[in-house]
Design a protein around this ligand. Structure first.
Ligand SMILES: C[S@@+](CC[C@H](N)C(=O)[O-])C[C@H]1O[C@@H](n2cnc3c(N)ncnc32)[C@H](O)[C@@H]1O
Length: 335
């Protein structure tokens, strides 16, 4: 066999350089476990969870209940629910159904508001009480699911991005090298197939955030239903946006309401927007709407009172085209 002089040294050097680096999905996973073990979500971010969203969700939940004939065993599960405040607001708006149904909040954190059944679990994973008849929802959870990142290097090879605990990145194996990627816990064939369909790289430095785990999470959500509705609401992008505008990706950290560099040391939450078209394709029958279409903006009469004015501006905020208005609403209905 031909031998390249010095190759062993190069390999050893690369290994030692990467010793403390791991694939992004693994780094993110352990960083998230550390971050959420003592963080209280309210300290770090505000989502659009609130009265208007709860009104809209309650309307949807009541509609599903009516379609299923108001069964005794109706269940609502909120995944990545933080302390369950949102699902509790929804229950409060559901009248008789609020008492009849089971209302479950699932999160890795173990503090839940009163009146909601809290389940501490790392998901996707085993849950009690499933599959259910009812509604499975997730508001701003999919974007927190760890994923891998691939970057095109200086000579045009697409490589797995590795990262150390300080956030220092290095380029790992080519994604054409199945065996080398497997050593970092990555299924290179699946990554190649996903990238070529959903986020092709074109130029040096282009990066793709590989949405496979979010596709799997959405598939898992729909598997929790015997009948009813799965609903995920999140920041999303589609292929055209990724290829044209998001060529460096969307990965970011956040802490105390501020956006930070993504450092997987557990001191910040990590997030990357969701490849919503690939989630949609993962489960046939999934539909996609944008948040701006979920909230009607009523005309504000001249003599409107303070409540109506507040509601009007809150609705406008949820519909803003450059911000919350473009949130993706993924739905899948089980018969
Ligand atoms: C951005 S917060 C959203 C909270 C709430 N749904 C809302 O909209 O206000 C994400 C939540 O997902 C939870 N979470 C993240 N990864 C999780 C996992 N793998 N399993 C369970 N919960 C998770 C976090 O603890 C956090 O409470």
């Amino acid at each position: 066999m031909a031998r390249v002089d010095g190759l062993d040294d190069v390999v050893t050097l690369q290994r030692s350089r990467h010793r403390s680096s791991i694939a992004w999905s693994s780094a993110w996973q352990s960083a998230a476990q550390r971050f959420w073990s003592d963080a209280s979500p309210g300290e770090h971010f505000s989502t659009s969870a609130g009265d208007l969203l709860a009104d809209r969700l309650a309307g949807i939940v009541r509609g599903v209940d009516a379609r299923l004939g108001s069964p005794e065993d109706f269940v609502v599960i909120d995944l990545g629910a933080a302390d369950g405040a949102l699902v509790s607001l929804v229950r409060d708006r559901c009248g008789e159904l609020g008492d009849r149904a089971r209302w479950i909040a699932v999160d890795v954190r173990d503090r839940f508001v009163d009146g909601i059944e809290g389940v501490v679990a790392e998901i996707p994973g085993d849950l009690p009480a499933v599959p259910i008849r009812g509604v499975v929802m997730a508001h701003e959870w999919l974007d927190e699911i760890p994923l891998d990142i691939v970057e095109r290097d200086a000579v045009g090879i697409d490589r797995l991005v590795l990262v150390d605990e300080g956030g220092e990145e290095s380029l790992g194996p080519s994604i054409d090298d199945d065996a080398a990627c497997a050593q970092w816990g990555v299924d290179a064939a699946a990554v190649r197939a996903w990238i070529s369909r959903w986020w092709p790289l074109r130029e040096v430095g282009d990066r793709a955030e590989v949405g496979l785990p979010r596709d799997a999470a959405w598939t898992w959500m729909t598997s929790l239903l015997t009948s009813g509705l799965a609903l995920a609401v999140d920041y999303g992008h589609e292929r055209d946006q990724r290829v044209d505008d998001l060529r460096r990706g969307t990965l970011a950290g956040y802490r105390a309401g501020r956006v930070l560099a993504p450092v997987p040391d557990g001191s910040a939450g990590l997030t990357a927007h969701v490849a919503i078209d690939s989630c949609r394709a993962a489960v046939p029958g999934t539909t996609l709407t944008r948040q701006r279409d979920e909230f009607a903006l009523a005309h504000l009469p001249e003599a409107a009172n303070a409540d109506a004015i507040e509601r009007y501006f809150a609705t406008r905020r949820l519909r803003q085209s450059a911000g919350l208005g473009s949130f993706a609403w993924l739905r899948w209905e089980a018969p």
